[in-house]
Each structure stands twice: as C-alpha cells, then as structure tokens.
Design a protein around this ligand. Structure first.
Ligand code: PEP
Ligand code: MG
Length: 542
C-alpha cells in the first residue's frame, strides 16, 4: 500500500477509484501526412465531431433542466454548428488537399470560421466567434483524449492543481473527493470543495498522476492522507468511519426547523453561501434561513459567453422564487484575481489580487455592470433580495454603485417593469473598508464581512500562494479586531452585520462572534446545521 499526505481542506472519508485530471495541453504540429493516412485522419475528425455533438446535446438537456431555455439554446446552436457544411468541408479539405492531420485541420478550420464571425458588423454574429472557439476546444479535447476528464463513475479526483473554472465544470454527483499537488486552503477551488463538502486535501506532493488512474483508494480528509490500494482491514476501518459520519449527518437533521438561538435567547440568522440555481436544494435541505452570499460570478464562470441581462435575470429569479420569503443576498460580479474568464479579455497582471477585479471592473465597464444591475432589479420582484457590492475600499465607490443602480431603476420604471423591495449592502473585505466602516454604514443597509480577503489584505498573505500556509493565521488578532470594529460601526448606525467568509463556519470562533454581537453568519450549506448546533450550545451570560 502506498500513502501520500498533504494539507487538510475538508475532512471526511471517501472510498473509490482514482481519476487523474489531465489539464489540456494541445500539441498541434504542422506535420504533413501521407496519402495512406488521409482516411484515418478523416475518420478521427468525424469521430471527434460526432462525439462533441453528442456532448453538446447532453449539455443542452442538462441546461434545459437547470438553467432554462436561453442557456440551453447555446448548446443547441453548438450542435447545429457542428453540422455546418462549410465548416466541415473546410476542415476536410485541409486533410485531403493539404495533407494536414486532423488536429491541425480542426485548429485552423475552426479558427478561420471564428475569424469570419469576428469580422462581421453585427455584435450578435461577432459574439458567435466565442462559440466556434469553444467548439474548437471541445474538438481538440476529443482528438487528444482530454474529454476523459469527464467523470463516468464515482471517483476521487487527483490533479496537479485545479482552477475554479475547471472545478465548477466537474460533475459533482460523481465526485467523492479531491486531492491536488498544489493549491492553497483559501483559494476559490478550496471554497468550492467546502461547499460541496467533499473530503479534500491539497499540497499532496507525492501523488503519482501517471500511475494511479483507476486504482482503488481511500481518502482520509481528517488526517489529510490518501491510501492507494489499502488492504481489506484498513478499508473496512475507513468504511466504518464513513458510515459513522453519515449517521452523524443524519442526527444533525434534528436541528432542522429549530431556532439559531443561544441558550440565553440571542437569535442570529444562519444563511448559506451559494454559486447559482444548482445550489437551491442544498439551501433547502440544510434548512438555511436565507442566502448570505450568492457569488454571482459563478453564473459568469458557468457561461460560455458574457451572460445577457435575460440569462442573468432567469438565474436570479429562479433562486429568489425558490427560496422566498427567505432573504437572498446576491453579490455583484467579483471577477478577477483567481477567477478569470476568457470572454472578459482581462489583461494579465503582476498582482491580480491587488488589481483590476470585482467592483473596479464593474465601475470601469459600466454597460457590463448595468446589465447585471438591471437583471437584479427585475428579479427583485420575485423574492426577498439583497444586493451586495464586493471589494469596496472607499465611500465614493459605494456612492457610484448606488448611483448606477438608481439609473437602472429609473430606466426600468420608464419601461414599466416591476421592481420589488430590496436591501443594498457591501462586503467588508478590505482593511480600508473595515477602518472606514463608520462612514460606509451611513450608505449601506448591511455589512457582510469577507474574512477570506480581509485576512489576505490585512496580513499581506496571498490566499493563492501555497507556500504561505504556515504564515496564514486565520485567527490573527488584527483580523478579529477589524471584525469587531465593523460590527460596532454597523450597530452604531443600526444596520445588521454578518460574516460570509470561511471564518463564519469555524466553530471554534462561534462564541467569539456571538459575543462581538454578530447578527448573521453565512456559511457553505453543509455547515449550516453544525453551526446551528454550536450556536444553541452557547450561553453568553455565563
Ligand atoms: C471573502 O473574501 O471572504 C469572500 C466571502 O469573498 P470571496 O471568497 O468570494 O473572495
Ligand atoms: Mg472576497
């Protein structure tokens, strides 16, 4: 038996086969082929085309169920594009007449089709170039065998590293656990793993990506150890622990419907953090009292193109309607830093966490921002909405956000579109905002403290940098002082203050936060009931 250890991100036990995740690196050479290879390259092309077409059809059906007709329509269009005779013929000609291999023909053929769309005048057709590029990637994945990243059975995924954009695409229903050689515990990939409650370890330096695919393994998230081909005795021991965990989870269900109230009667709100409509059932199953952070950028990350006002409206409306009358706080797009999207065309930066991200992008690209704000305002008619702005450092930013929101409101009123009641709040996730919370509170209905970034910026610890784990003190007194300052400033101005960063789920701090006067804690859905249990065990006047 081989073992490999790393750093714990999420505890828990997983037993199952290893699946090795291969990041796609295409080696496209302009090697000319011989006449006798033409047919086999044509066959490869055709097999890839049919394979990708079937994938797009599957995506269409899935999107129809989870995201509605508009999003599903994108995949339907992809399916049709793959039947386009001009596109198919241009690739085949590159193989037959110019003797290129299938990969080169796909790369060149799809690229020139994309270029044709880019050069069109109509913005709608220009945007179609992104679809062609997307299909090109899918075709190359099929040709190089990278579509094998798709899970086909319950698996423990091991990878060099995983970007948030790669993690969101994994089929959660088949994922048992995650192990990466790199990674940091406060990255968005780690946050996603926590929200899926998957046993996860990072910095597992000894994993063998080229040897372990398909092997049976046990992942012990509690002790951050992976066992490859463990013997029957060890497997049975972990299986028993796994079953014990399931029983404990079952027991937590007794807390459903109970108040999130300390033993001496102080009630707080326990909300959940989500990434999109696909998390609605997790909110309901775990009896969260609302959503304290809907990371709307995942709607963007999950989309092949800049999502339209309509597509966003549908996603927000779906969540608001399904969870009404619970409050749902939707954070405006926090793209940038580790969350990058190709269609946003953002420059590569030296210091992305200190760079062009979140509200800085939105205040610079006003049309982009207005599209989201209009969608949010329209959705407000369907539930209990809170709009939250991320990465605020100065009062003028908040005022400008509110002015643009007002502009959108007036537009919609002129268009006679119904708008509901909503709160407007901000994330306190920069030291500047915490220190100036007093003046920001005059312009906000609530504060939600983002301890992930607040810790990163206060302690000068890049949350993506794996080498800094040793220096990253999540309970740093400076961060705790800033949290207390923020709560006091909020209460002075009669607004409620919550925490939506990962620290909110840290049960060793629950009593501290309650004593500070916190009003709301928003955590990943699986942490809601354990947190409620903790709150109910605390007595503040002891
Ligand atoms: C935070 O910074 O604490 C937060 C909740 O936002 P994110 O983790 O998405 O940056
Ligand atoms: Mg943040």
């Amino acid at each position: 038996m081989i073992t490999a250890s790393g750093l714990k991100v999420v505890g828990g036990i997983a037993l199952g086969k290893i699946k090795v995740y291969k990041p796609a690196v295409y080696d496209i050479k302009e090697n000319l082929i011989n006449e006798q290879d033409v047919n086999s390259e044509l066959e490869k092309f055709e097999a890839a085309r049919l394979n990708v077409q079937a994938q797009q059809h599957e995506l269409y059906e899935k999107a129809l169920e989870t995201s509605g007709e508009e999003t599903a329509g994108i995949f339907e269009a992809h399916e049709l594009m793959l039947d386009d005779e001009d596109l198919i013929d241009s690739c085949k000609e590159l193989i037959i007449d110019e003797r290129h291999n299938a990969a080169f023909a796909v790369d060149a053929g799809f690229e020139s089709a994309a270029q044709m769309f880019r050069e069109m005048d109509d913005p709608y057709f220009q945007a179609r170039s992104a679809d062609v590029i997307d299909l090109k990637t899918a075709m190359l994945d099929a040709l190089f065998g990278f579509e094998s990243n798709k899970l086909t059975e319950p698996s423990i995924l091991i990878a060099e590293d995983l970007a948030p954009s790669e993690t969101v695409k994994l089929d959660k229903s088949l994922l048992l656990g995650l192990v990466t050689r790199e990674g940091s515990s406060n990255s968005h990939t780690a946050i996603l793993a926590r929200s899926m409650n998957l046993p996860t370890i990072i910095q597992c330096k000894d994993i063998k990506l080229d040897e372990w695919d398909g092997k049976f393994a046990v992942l012990d998230g509690y002790n951050a150890t992976l066992y490859i081909e463990p013997d029957a005795e060890l497997t049975a021991k972990f299986k028993a622990q796994h079953d014990e965990d399931l029983k404990k989870l079952e027991a937590l269900k007794n807390l459903k419907g109970k108040a999130s109230m300390t033993r001496d009667g102080r009630k707080i709100k326990i909300y959940a953090n989500i990434g999109g409509p696909e998390d609605i059932s997790a909110v309901l199953d775990n009896d969260a009292e609302g959503v304290g952070l809907f990371r709307s950028e995942f709607v963007y990350l999950n989309s092949k193109e800049d999502p339209s006002e309509e597509a966003q409206f549908n996603a927000y409306k779906k969540v608001l309607e399904a969870l009404a009358p619970r409050q749902v706080i939707i954070r405006t797009c926090d793209i940038g830093a580790d969350k990058t999207i190709s269609y946003m065309n953002l420059d590569k930066e030296e210091n992305p966490a200190l760079g062009f991200r979140a509200i800085r992008i939105c205040l610079t690209r006003k049309d982009f921002f207005k599209r989201q704000l209009r969608a949010l305002l329209r959705a407000s008619a369907y539930g209990n909405l809170g709009i939250m702005f991320p990465m605020i450092t100065s009062l003028w930013e908040l005022k400008e956000c509110k002015n643009i929101l007002d502009e959108c409101k007036q537009e919609l009123e002129r268009e006679r579109i119904k708008i509901g009641e909503f709160e407007v709040g901000i994330m306190i996730e920069t030291p500047a905002a915490a220190v100036c919370a007093d003046e920001l509170a005059e312009e906000a209905d609530f504060f939600s403290i983002g301890t992930n970034d607040l810790t990163q910026y206060t302690c000068a610890i890049d949350r993506q940098n794996a080498k800094l784990e040793r220096f990253a003190d999540t309970h740093h007194p400076a961060v705790l002082k800033l949290i207390k300052m923020t709560i006091d400033a909020g209460h002075k101005h009669n607004i409620w203050v919550g925490i939506c960063g990962e620290l909110g789920a840290d049960l060793s701090l629950t009593e501290t936060f309650l004593k500070m006067g916190i009003d709301e804690l928003s955590v990943n859905p699986k942490s809601v009931l354990p947190l409620r249990g903790e709150v109910r065990s605390v007595s503040l006047n002891k």
